[in-house]
Every structure is written in C-alpha cells, then in structure tokens.
Design a binder for this molecule. Structure first.
Ligand code: BGC
Length: 301
C-alpha cells in the first residue's frame, strides 16, 4: 500500500534495531478500551508489505474541544492545511528530530518508526511530531554526616541521584518533563516544566514565581544534551508520535541545584531525589535517558 515509502536495506536494518514496543501495547491509552491492530516486529517498517493491516481508527473525544489540538484534517476537508516538516505561521514546530517524515495518501504524517496498530491521533493533540522536553537534574548521593560521595560497593562507582516526579496520570516515576508550547524555545520548556512540577511554582504568588524562575534560570545555565528524537511512548499512533530533547543539568559540588526545596506541583503528585541504578522502573523511555546521564557522569548503574 505504501510503496512510495520503500527504503534502502541499510535504512531497514537501522529501523529494525530500534523497533518500538511501547507504541504497540495491545490496549491503547489509560482507561481506554481501544485495541491496537496487532503488528508483529517484522511488519513494523512501512517498507515491509502488510496487506492485511487494518489499523483501528481512534481519536480521543477530548481533542475536539482542546485548544492545543490540531483540527481533524482527515474528516474536515475545510480545515486549514498544516505545514508538515516545517513551522506553521503560529510558530508551531512540526519538524521531526528524525528527519523528513512521509505523508500517507490522505495527507496524514507517517510515524517514522513504523506501524503502531492505531490510525488517527489517539490522545495526542498534534498530527506528526508532538514535542516534549525533559530536564534531568542530577547530583551525587552524599553521606549526610560527612558529605562524602556514596560509592556503590558492587560497582565501585559513586551513586547519582536525579529529581524524579510521580506522574498523577499513570502513577509512574518520571523525569519532570512536559510539552513544548507553541512558539516556545526548548530551553524555556525545560525550566518551566521543572519549576511547575518539581518546585510547584504554579502555586506561588507573582513574586514567588519570579524568585523561583530566577533560581532555575541561574542553575540551568550549563546543560548537556543527552538525547533528541523519537520516544517509544504508549500514546503514539501511525500518524502522531512523541519526540523529546533530554538535557542533563548536573550539580557537581552539591551546593546549587542540589539545595532546591522540592515540592510536587501541576501534573505531579510526588517528587524526590531518586538514587539511580539499572533497576529503576520509569515512565516511557525515561530509563534510557537516565542511563545516558549515568554514562556521561561515570556513575553507578
Ligand atoms: C512527558 C515527557 C516525556 C514525553 C514522551 C511527555 O508527556 O512530559 O517527560 O518524555 O511525554 O514520553
């Protein structure tokens, strides 16, 4: 069906190595009863023929009223054209970190990692890439009496901690990330989301908000990019998917970011400095991003 998207063998091999799994969970979305059309591993790439493929069409009813959502371009032919692979006049970034994405014969963007078993946007607001940003704020775990770094006896490496929030929607521990607003720079999203979810700036008065924002601004000066691209997320569909930029902000000496008073706010119902190890169970692809921070800092895993 999608002959136009046939790729070279090397492309195929690269895609097979990154085959998405969370984006193919049998039942779609939280509290939903929508079943994905089953897609075996070898049928994930669009370039592999799959004539029996009849993905379930699903769009969450809330998208009709949501101010952040795109129009239903499949059923409303009068809807204004969206600038896929570009930036809309309203400054909405529809460029993928993964490169140019294809459109299907109906003009719907095609998930760059292949089939998911759901057609439509599911519960995501945007057709194509839905951009998020994830601040990974780290410090060394220290002995409360001596202040010395705590070393894991098995690996012999110091233990890194990161600011983790408990997401209210799925009750899973996560990085305090969030969606990039229309026209917003990713660097601003990183600070805003950290302030809202880990410091509860949403509850402060105007002066308190400004004071917190200034603290975050100063502390978020030196970030190191850890990841930019597609996220294997359970909300992804054939036509809408999550992408993120994950950035590490590290407090080496424990006297800056490490001293923040954490308060869960906005979508978060808990917040803490979490010890990092390979056993952590985290939301979406956050485990993979945290592992990159560990490699960068030479910490225990
Ligand atoms: C979350 C980010 C996450 C992204 C992709 C967003 O809703 O806030 O933390 O990386 O989804 O899963």
């Amino acid at each position: 069906m999608y002959k136009a998207f046939v790729r070279s063998l090397s492309d195929l091999q690269a895609m097979a190595a990154q085959v998405h799994t969370k984006a193919r969970t049998p039942v779609y979305g939280k509290g939903q009863t929508v079943n994905r059309f089953p897609v075996p591993d070898d049928k994930v790439p669009w370039s592999v023929a799959f004539p029996e493929y009849k993905p379930t069409y699903f769009e969450d009813a809330k998208l009709k009223k949501a101010s952040y959502a795109d129009p239903d371009i499949l059923n409303n032919k009068a809807a204004p054209a969206l600038k896929f692979n570009g930036t809309d006049a309203g400054e909405l970034n529809r460029v993928s970190h993964e490169g140019r994405y294809s459109l299907d014969p109906d003009g719907l963007p095609l998930n760059p990692r292949g089939r998911t078993g759901i057609r439509g946007r599911g519960c995501l607001g945007r057709w194509g890439p839905n951009h998020a940003a994830d601040p990974i704020v780290t410090r060394w775990k220290r002995d409360p009496k001596t202040g010395a770094k705590v070393v894991d006896p098995a690996s012999g490496r110091p233990v890194l901690q990161f600011v983790s929030i408990l997401r209210g929607d799925v009750k899973e521990w996560a990085i305090p990330g969030g969606m990039v607003d229309c026209g917003e720079e990713v660097s601003a999203t990183l600070k805003r989301e950290f302030g809202e979810e880990a410091l509860d700036s949403t509850m402060a008065d105007a002066a308190g908000k400004a004071a917190l924002a200034a603290k975050v601004e100063a502390a978020f000066n030196h970030g190191v990019d850890l990841y930019k691209g597609y996220v294997d997320d359970p909300r992804n569909t054939d036509n809408a998917w999550m992408e993120t930029v994950a950035v590490n902000f590290h407090d080496e000496d424990g006297d800056g970011l490490a001293m923040f008073q954490l308060h869960a706010g906005d979508d978060a119902i808990g917040v803490c400095w979490k010890d990092i190890s390979r056993d952590l169970k985290l939301y979406a692809s956050h485990h993979q991003f945290v592992e990159k921070a560990v490699q960068l800092r030479g910490a225990h895993w």
